[in-house]
Each structure stands twice: as C-alpha cells, then as structure tokens.
Design a protein around this ligand. Structure first.
Ligand code: ATP
Ligand code: MG
Length: 413
C-alpha cells in the first residue's frame, strides 16, 4: 500500500472532548473516527487491525469445531419477554426501536435468546449435541458512561460463542477446554503475558462462578486481586474470605490491580433452554433441557486494550500478529531503490505500508512512530550509498544498517 494513496490522516491533536488514551491515539494516528460519545467509525487502518484480531479468533473457534453464523441485530420483544429480559428494569442498556406498525424491536446487546429460540427448530436428538455456534458481530448497548473510547462503545464488535450440551458433565468439559482456547487467543494477539483468568460472579445467570479474562492496565475499570504465581485472579465483586477459601488462595499472595475485561465465559445452565423450551430427546426417548454456556470476547475492546497497554509517548506499538502492516517502508529521497524494495517485499507476501509521500524526514518518521507498524525500514540516498537499509523495531530504540537479504530473513523465519 502506497501511503500517498492510503485513506487516512494523522493529526497533532485528538478531539478536545476525548478523554481515553486509546481513542486519542487511534484518532490521531488515523485508525478511527469519533462520530459521537461512545460511537466510533473504523477507518481502513483500524479495520485492518480488527480484521486481524477477528481472524485469530475465527481460527481458534473453527479449530474446536464451532460453527460460524450471523444472527440479526433486530430483536423481537416476544422472545425476550419469555426470559424476563425485555424490560428496562431487567436490562438497563437496551436500545429499542419500532416498526411502522408500532410493534417494538430491540437492537441486540447479546444473543442468548434469539439463538436458543432458533435452535428449537434444529436440535431434536442427543445426536445433535454437543454443539458450538459463534458469530463475530456488532452489538449495541446504551451505556450510561462512554468515556473509555473503544473500550466501552455504544456500538462495538463482539465474538460471541454459545455452547449446547446434553448434561452438566458435557458442558463442563467444553467450558474447561474454552479456558485454554481463550488463553491461546490472548497469547496470539500479543497481550497474553498481562492477561489473567479471573473468577467473577454470574450476575443473574448463575449461582456458580463465571470467568473473566482481565488484562492488567492502570486505566482499567475493574479491580482484581491477582495471585501472579498461580496465574489466577479474583474480581473485587466476589472477593471475600469464603471465595478465597473455596479457590484455595491465600490473601498474602494477592496484589490489588486495575484491569480491563477483554473476555468472559459463563455457565448458563438451563436458564435459557427452560424459559424458551429448548430440549432434546435422550437415548431413552425422554425430553431433557439443553445445558448452555456463553463465551464473549470484545474485539474492539481488545484492540483498545492493546493500545492502552503497549503504546508509548510517541504513538502506537502493534504486536506483529495484529498490526495493519508488518513493515513501514519509508523513502526519504523518493529514490528508485525504495520502490524496488517495496515490490520485492510485497511479492514475498509481506504486508508493507510504503511512505512515498513528498514530505520532510521529520514528519514521516514522527508519523511512523504514531502509526506504530512493528518493523520500520528507511531508505535514503545515504543508505543506498552504503548498499544497506536502515532497520528499526518500533518497540526498540536503536536502528541498525542491514542488507536487504537480512531484512527478508527476519520475515521468512
Ligand atoms: P462489562 O462488565 O465491561 O460491562 P459485560 O460483562 O457486560 O462487560 P459481556 O456482556 O459478557 O460483557 O460481553 C462480552 C465481552 O464484550 C466483554 O468481556 C467485553 O470484552 C466486551 N464488551 C462488553 N461491553 C462492551 C462495550 N460497551 N464496548 C466494547 N466491548 C464491550
Ligand atoms: Mg463484566
């Protein structure tokens, strides 16, 4: 991609009313546009990052045999009334609208109800279970406060997976397996080291614990108590002597931390299948309720979390796996050698953003720091004379002169 043709624009200042670090940096670097509080548009650079995160998640979901589908965002009131979740008293962040004939509709904040309802037509026998279904889709929530940039959007992208099992045992096997799958996803995205499985409450869903995946971050909204050695945390909302005892944790080994919830997993029991009548016939022909679980990851929040935790004063720093481009190739003298190098890298399948703009070196290098592509390559009359290129990792300070072959080796390993 030639930067002169990229639909984007870097800016010195973020909007005055923007408070969150993630939004300030992403707006300044040209990844997102603020439409209104809590509502952001994703520009080409931002969309590339979201798509990379989505691809990682999709690969891991497909690897466990889950099936991707896409439900509608428009929700029928009748379905949600059956589980007691239509009223604004039960759920305070609904966006609601209506048809021309005045019948009410909701905009989905989650999808347990419509999916359970749909499955009544597709699950009949024990042979249809277990089953995992997921989607990567927009959700709407009328959040009271929306000051955290893309960490808490009123419209945001979520991966939501739902599991359907014959009994508690089958459900638990799936649930335990998902803990490992989530860990792998956060590792692959590049924040695995700072992200901990955290015991949390089930809200109105379940009496048992649920599990969140919390990324340590001083700007995080949540407070957790972390046992680093055991790599497990307890959310403040369930932090008590009784909980610690149940989990075999010792108060002295816990540190209080701020964190961002990037994902969570919930055992749902038969709450939804009972309310909506989702059953299957077991081997004896007896009807039984399906045991469910739900597993969310806030994809746009995850992108914001990476910004909150990995950026520096000069700008963004993307991990390789989710960067919009792998290499930022900067030509300082509009020389032919840079165009040739661009072609060579691109032909090898390496994603390159090529800064071919006729601007001063200072502006181009500052933009490169702000945009945060992990590998920077500078080509100038000077480097050409030396028969080398100047290479620097965005996350490291020093640059070095290396040959084109050495550069390519870095990506072909
Ligand atoms: P929170 O506790 O942060 O309000 P939640 O527990 O209500 O979130 P879920 O309904 O379980 O979240 O949604 C699954 C995931 O979606 C969360 O773990 C989070 O990563 C993400 N998420 C939830 N609300 C938002 C939002 N308003 N903007 C962006 N991501 C969100
Ligand atoms: Mg939560």
């Amino acid at each position: 991609m030639h930067q002169s043709k990229l639909f984007s624009k870097t800016r010195k200042e973020a909007p005055k009313d923007e408070e969150a670090k993630n939004a300030k940096l992403l707006i300044r670097a040209g990844y997102i546009h603020k439409n209104m509080a809590g509502v952001y548009e994703f520009l080409p650079l931002g969309l590339r990052v979201m798509n990379k995160i989505s691809s990682i998640i999709r690969e891991e979901m497909d690897a466990i045999g889950a099936h991707e589908l896409k439900l509608t965002v428009l929700q029928s009131k009748e379905t949600w009334e059956k589980t007691g979740r239509w009223s604004d008293e039960a759920v305070d962040n609904w966006f609601k609208t209506e048809l021309k004939n005045e019948s009410k509709l909701g905009l989905a904040f989650t999808h347990e109800e419509p999916l359970t309802n749909l499955l009544k037509e597709y699950i009949d026998s024990h042979k249809d279970l277990p089953l995992g279904l997921y989607q990567i889709q927009v959700k709407f929530r009328n959040e009271l406060r929306a000051k955290s940039g893309i960490l808490r959007g009123r419209e945001f992208l979520m991966k939501d997976l739902y599991s359907f099992a014959k009994d508690e045992k089958e459900h638990e096997d799936f649930y335990e397996h998902m803990k490992g799958v989530y860990k792998k996803i956060f590792d692959r995205v590049g924040i695995g080291e700072q992200t901990y499985i955290t015991v949390a409450s089930g809200g109105d869903f379940t009496d048992s614990f649920t599990h969140e995946f919390q990324t340590l971050c001083e700007n995080g909204e949540d407070t957790i108590y972390l046992d680093k050695e055991k790599a497990i945390a307890v959310n403040k909302e369930v932090y008590s002597d009784e909980t610690l005892e149940k989990l075999g944790l010792n108060k002295e080994n816990l540190s209080e931390e701020k964190a961002i919830e990037v994902g969570n997993i919930f055992p749902l029991g038969t709450r939804f299948s009972d309310a909506l009548g989702l059953t299957y016939k077991d081997e004896k022909g007896e009807r039984k309720p399906v045991v469910m679980g739900s597993y969310g990851i806030g994809i746009s929040r995850l992108m914001g979390t990476v910004v909150e935790t990995l950026s520096d004063d000069a700008g963004l720093i993307w991990p390789d796996a989710i960067a919009p481009f792998k290499v930022h190739l900067i030509s300082l003298d509009q020389n032919e050698a840079s165009e040739e190098l661009y072609n060579e890298l691109t032909e090898k399948g390496i994603e390159v953003l090529f800064d071919d703009r006729e601007l001063g070196a200072g502006v181009k290098l500052a933009d490169a720091d702000l945009i945060g592509i992990p590998h920077r390559v500078v080509v100038s009359a000077k480097t050409e004379e030396a028969g080398k290129i100047e290479y620097k990792k965005r996350s490291e300070g020093e640059s070095s002169l290396i040959s084109t072959e050495e550069l390519i080796e870095k990506f072909m390993a």
